[in-house]
Design a protein around this ligand. Structure first.
Ligand code: ADP
Ligand code: MG
Length: 470
């Protein structure tokens, strides 16, 4: 009893005399701005319900063409069995990096895997599609040579994390580029064909693409290898997306879905587009709207722009610019650096939030990098509060997405595999998701959140193994 009241006293003290108090008295403008990013429980439940409904519109044949959350078929109807054997490759094109992976599977175990990463330049992201695929093929050729792959024909799983309408396990039409990519000549085309042609044109690599999938699917499959009850794969990296295990009888876009022999189908929701028809308007702020207008894809990927690593830092920059314009932060300093779009990286948010309470070592370093030389602890506390608010809203919306899929599946328990830069490197992101899920669900502890161990590569290799001889 005494302990409980001490705890309560402490938390009241924190509330009234801690960072929030300091902010209301010292930076009322910042406090008001951050308030707009707060989402209450009722609102979160409404968002989760709205998303479940949009998932259903994506699944149904009649409503699919207009649906915002597309719920594309992945054609993956089996989870790994542990009996996969042999050498397989995976390519992972996600946004910021591109990775090649060689996996050697034996009975129920990954014997050996080798990974190599390559950066995708801005030039490649905006240039012609043929340049992009030639570059990927070139990296793959170099990797095969290094690994002494020789003449064996290796089955490859291609993790391609952009909205893809699949018409088979190794046939996928790119609907539209996202995450800053704009390569001409790819939208509306089969990406497997484009990459396979680039590989075959070289003539020095003996690789066959047997499957295409996105990173959330790959993460789900890879996690299911060690956690057979895994039913959801969720990525919060450069972008955001999720997939889940649906009953085939509800996957109406599959020809013969009513009579399919296989009971399940992994569905790629492409839920980053949630909100494109206005369903997130009540939580979007003026800063989200400015960011959207200035993006390469205005009006699209609304949820993604509130949640993912590509955008969170930029939202913080817009807030800081506003407060600096008002002359209330950083003693009216307005360095040129802060005018540069994207200069406030999302990893800065992680760094700032990694400082222990009331310590602002990383905040000082970040600000210095941005041309702001200050020792004012109040300024830094304000910056941290802004970062906390943006991270929290992101995690709240991510939790709504998980709950929406849980409700759609109507399962009492399952494992949720998560991955992506934000989940992996943000110091509190995963805890925030767990905390928010416990606000939304009665039996939240029945849903276990597992951070995937290189899901984007291993999952693709496992799917390649399943489809190698089909
Ligand atoms: P991709 O989305 O390109 O497949 P990742 O899932 O690894 O790749 O995510 C990379 C993204 O994660 C970066 O673009 C960045 O937005 C974000 N990110 C990278 N490092 C951090 C970090 N320390 N904290 C938060 N986000 C990060
Ligand atoms: Mg990825």
């Amino acid at each position: 009893m005494i302990r409980k009241s001490t705890r309560m006293l402490r938390s009241y003290f924190h509330l009234f005399f801690g960072p929030a108090f300091r902010l209301t008295s010292r930076f009322p403008e910042a406090f008001e701005i951050c308030k707009e990013f707060r989402i209450g429980r009722e609102k979160m439940l409404q968002i989760a319900n709205a998303l479940t409904k949009e998932i259903q519109l994506g699944l149904a044949r009649e409503t699919h063409p207009q649906a915002i959350v597309k719920c594309f078929l992945t054609y993956i109807q089996d989870l790994p069995t542990g009996r996969e054997r042999g050498k397989f490759m995976a390519l992972d094109l996600g946004g910021t990096n591109f990775r090649c992976l060689l996996v050697n599977l034996t009975d129920g175990a990954v014997m050996q895997s080798t990974l190599k990463s390559f950066a995708i330049s801005e030039e490649l992201m905006q240039g012609p599609g043929t340049d992009l695929f030639d570059f990927i093929a070139e990296c793959l050729a170099g990797f095969c040579k290094e690994q002494n792959i020789g003449n064996d024909r290796i089955p490859l799983g291609f993790t391609f994390s952009f909205p893809l309408q699949q018409i088979g396990i190794n046939k996928g039409i790119l609907r539209r580029w996202t995450k800053g990519f704009r390569c001409e000549g790819v939208e509306g085309k089969d990406v497997v064909e484009l990459l396979q042609s680039a590989i075959d044109r070289r003539g020095d690599v003996n690789v066959k693409i047997v499957a295409i999938l996105n990173d959330s699917t790959s993460t789900l499959v890879s996690c299911a290898y060690s956690h057979p009850d895994c039913r959801i794969g969720l990525i919060v990296g450069t972008g955001v997306n999720a997939c889940y295990v649906e009953q085939t009888s509800k996957a109406e876009m599959l020809d013969g879905y009513e009579s399919s022999q296989k009971p399940i189908m992994i569905i790629n929701t492409e839920l980053g587009a949630f909100g494109d028809n206005g369903s997130l308007d009540s939580v979007r702020t003026v800063y989200d709207k400015t960011l959207d207008i200035e993006s390469v894809n205005p009006g699209s990927q609304t949820l993604e722009k509130c949640v993912s690593g590509m955008y969170l830092g930029e939202v913080v920059r817009h807030i800081l610019l506003d407060l600096m314009r008002m002359g209330v932060l950083f003693r009216g300093m307005r360095p040129d650096e802060m005018q540069t779009k994207w200069i406030f990286r999302t990893r800065f948010i992680s760094e700032i939030e990694s400082d222990p309470p009331e310590v602002f070592h990383n905040a000082r370093v970040v600000l210095y990098h941005l041309g702001i030389k200050t020792d004012d602890l109040n300024d830094m506390a304000c910056l941290r509060y802004i970062c906390d608010s943006i991270s929290l809203r992101s995690a709240q919306l991510t939790s709504c997405a998980i709950v929406a899929m849980i409700n759609q599946m109507n399962v009492e328990s399952c494992t949720v595999a998560i991955d992506g830069g934000l989940c992996r490197y943000h110091p509190h992101y995963r805890n925030l998701i767990e905390q928010q899920m416990s606000i939304l669900l009665k039996n939240a502890s029945a849903y276990k959140i597992v951070l995937s161990e290189d899901g984007s590569g291993l999952g693709a290799a496992l799917v390649a193994a399943a489809f190698a001889n089909k």
